[in-house]
Design a protein around this ligand. Structure first.
Ligand code: G1P
Length: 274
């Protein structure tokens, strides 16, 4: 029912310089797998097989990653290393990958609007690959899709954060309809603790209705002079078209050194057990 998933991946990754000077932040590995591969796995697990990636300059490595490397595969074919490529081969075999480039960095809303050409007139998922999510018991996008199937609306994933951290996130104002499901009345991008309507922060997972594109076109630049998806969703929330889901599981902000190391430790502990 939701076939496409958009990955905004044009950002500079300034929080991880100098590592991201010449390498896309989405290609930073947690153990031996780049962040964006975790995101595509989550998308495929939710049945979203058409992967739409908004890239920018110096992001070529992403396209090469989701492509067949004939020399490499020939070289390791029949050796013990062959199974190292099984995971990425599975994605390549089961997904399609389309790309478009964001020429100017004008915010997440602008990146999503740039992806319209790949999405068209249908609902779609959005994954910000540097938010690495470990859903429990099922992947976060699958949890969101379950809610979408019951109540088709824009769905955003949220988690509680300390008030001292709300300035890093979009924050919702909502009322709980049932456990973990909120009707969103409004939202604000990166508020101060005083301005924030609460401590329910948006994390990098969305299911969006295609009308978000028109709403984005009508939205003025917001925080930081950028076109914010939060502002467009605020408008749709006023029309009662937005729900928020407090997902179950963990989320690591891998755009920060702290979150990146925490995620690495988590996956390394699993790896040692295996
Ligand atoms: C973006 C969104 C913000 C959201 C966050 C989640 O901000 O604008 O609303 O809370 O992603 O990671 P960014 O982290 O790109 O500045």
């Amino acid at each position: 029912m939701v076939r496409k998933c958009l990955f905004p991946a044009a950002g500079y990754g300034t929080r991880f310089l100098p590592a991201t000077k010449a390498m896309p932040k989405e290609m930073m590995p947690i153990l031996d797998k780049p962040l964006i591969q975790y995101g595509v796995e989550e998308s495929l697990a939710a049945g979203m097989q058409q992967i739409a990636i908004v890239t920018g300059r110096s992001k070529r490595a992403i396209e090469d990653h989701f492509d067949i490397s004939y020399e490499l595969e020939h070289q390791i074919s029949g050796t013990s290393k062959e199974n190292k490529l099984a995971g990425i081969r599975h994605l390549i075999d089961h997904c399609t990958f389309s790309y478009t480039r964001q020429m100017e960095m004008k915010g997440l809303g602008h990146a999503i609007l740039t992806g319209e050409t790949l999405i068209g007139d249908e609902p779609f998922g959005v994954i910000l690959a540097d938010d690495l999510c470990v859903g429990n018991p099922e992947p976060v996008m699958s949890q969101m899709l379950r809610l979408y199937k019951k109540q088709p609306a824009c769905i955003i994933a949220i988690e509680e954060v300390p008030l001292s951290e709300v300035h890093k996130y979009g924050v919702i104002d909502g009322e709980e309809l049932e456990e973990g499901v909120y009707k969103v009345n409004g939202m604000i991008e990166k508020p101060s603790a005083e301005e924030a309507p609460g401590n329910l922060a948006i994390i990098g997972r969305y299911i969006l209705l295609p009308e978000v594109f028109n709403t984005l076109r009508e939205t003025r630049p917001g925080k930081g002079g950028e076109l914010q998806i939060t502002d467009a969703l605020h408008t749709l929330a006023k029309q009662e078209k937005v729900l928020a889901l407090k997902f179950s599981g963990m989320r690591y902000d891998c755009g920060s050194v702290h979150g990146f190391v925490d995620a690495t430790n988590y996956f390394f502990a699993l790896y040692r057990q295996s």
